[in-house]
Design a protein around this ligand. Structure first.
Ligand SMILES: C[S@@+](CC[C@H](N)C(=O)[O-])C[C@H]1O[C@@H](n2cnc3c(N)ncnc32)[C@H](O)[C@@H]1O
Ligand code: SF4
Length: 377
């Protein structure tokens, strides 16, 4: 397949217009532009809301991961997000990152950041990791550490952020908001925004995929969701992800973005429990074009789906039964912005593309879902 942009350009900043063009072609031709790879289930924290079902499996070996990266590069993937579990528990992480750099991906890491040392930060700078997303739940150590259930975790995460910033690397904050950390979300947002660090506030906490997990967080009330979007909507530095909610949204999972679990299972997004293929026994190309993925794509053409089918499945066991929890934020957005407009030209802040996944309902334009659910976004 001819490249839609030269591979040598992928790690360099792309203009908003180029990105729009690339995304359009990827959507038309179902090119897996964005891949999210969970490298391990292992993690040294035990967050109260975590969607993982287990924390023991190491995942694929190094050679298997490198082979997958090669296959993704050949299939047209430009943006790779590595997550887990906790990526920094893998001893071969830098071998994997070096290979990803050789294949010229735009590299994003999702991490709690607490294991980053000066030496690790130096290696990340050398490899020019494009973006690191740190999970921060509160500026108050008592609140943050109660969510991660590990004392001192906020201080370690803040140190990781500082180490990257000192080396000129780009950091962004992922802040899923729950009842547990609702108090203080504004301070968190203002604190990082004032330093030029974008904050993604998530309002949807997804269920564990298999239902074996032990989530013990409190969900946001409708009123709290309303309050968060009211705040964000008028904030001068609210990132493109929120501004684009006004323009409508369309889930691109399985069309131009995908999720690969630590055992090599290919899913449209992290929420979809059953893998549609196994990279340990089949090549990526064969899975990406198999019947399972094709029938998933056809779901988007249906107009009787009122919410994300993956959320429906995990919450009710039926993809056609609307998930009340996942549509809560959409109802609130509708209250604030009842008339969805056609897409506006992308602003420079929204020109930093990441894989996104959202509800197929009301689909009008490709835009991030804003659920902040840790999905391929
Ligand atoms: C699963 S973690 C993996 C990366 C790393 N261990 C971390 O915590 O950042 C990725 C992101 O998903 C978020 N997350 C975990 N469980 C979630 C859930 N049930 N719903 C929404 N987001 C969740 C985390 O807070 C984190 O921001
Ligand atoms: S959210 Fe991240 S840090 Fe927390 S338990 Fe899950 S994988 Fe570990």
């Amino acid at each position: 397949m001819p490249p839609i942009v030269e591979k040598s350009q992928a790690a360099a900043p792309l203009g908003a217009e180029t990105i729009r063009r690339v995304e359009r072609v990827a959507t038309e031709k179902a090119i897996p532009l964005f891949a999210h790879l969970d490298l391990t289930y292992r993690c040294d924290l035990r967050c109260v809301h975590c969607y993982l079902d287990e924390y023991q499996s190491q995942g694929l070996d190094t050679a298997q991961v490198l082979r997958i990266l090669d296959q993704l590069a050949d299939a047209g993937t430009l943006f790779v997000t590595f997550s887990g579990g906790e990526v920094f528990v893998r001893k071969d992480l830098f071998e994997i990152l070096r290979h990803a750099r050789r294949r010229n991906f735009f590299i994003t890491l999702k991490t709690h950041g607490g294991r980053i040392t000066p030496a690790i930060a130096d290696q990340m700078a050398q490899l020019k990791v494009n973006l690191t997303m740190f999970s921060v739940y509160s500026l108050d150590p008592a609140v943050h550490d109660a969510i991660t259930t590990r004392k001192g975790s906020l201080a370690r995460t803040m140190r990781g952020i500082a180490l990257l910033r000192e080396r000129g690397l780009k950091a962004r904050i992922a802040a899923p908001i729950m009842g547990d950390n609702f108090v203080g979300y504004r301070e968190l947002f203002e604190h990082f925004s004032a330093q030029g660090i974008e904050v993604e506030l998530g309002t949807y906490i997804m269920k564990t995929r298999q239902g074996f997990g032990s989530q013990s967080h409190t969900d946001l009330t409708d009123e709290q969701v309303r309050e968060i979007y009211g705040f964000i909507q008028h904030h001068p530095v609210a990132p493109g992800v929120y501004k684009s909610l006004a323009r409508g949204y369309k889930c691109m999972a399985g069309v131009k973005s995908l999720y690969i679990d630590p055992m090599g299972g290919v899913h449209p997004c992290p929420m979809w429990a059953r893998p549609l293929g196994d990279l340990r026994s089949r090549d990526f190309d064969a899975i990406w074009n198999n019947d399972g993925i094709r029938s998933w794509r056809r779901l988007y053409e249906r107009d009787d789906l009122a919410s994300c089918p993956a959320a429906n499945l995990t919450e009710s066991g039926d993809i056609f039964v609307t998930s009340e929890r996942s549509t809560k934020f959409l109802r609130v957005v509708d209250e604030f912005m009842p008339v969805r407009r056609e897409p506006e030209p992308a602003s420079p802040s929204s020109a930093d593309p990441r894989p996104v996944e959202s509800s197929p309902s009301g689909a009008k334009a490709d835009a991030p879902c804003g659920k902040g659910c840790g999905c391929a976004g």
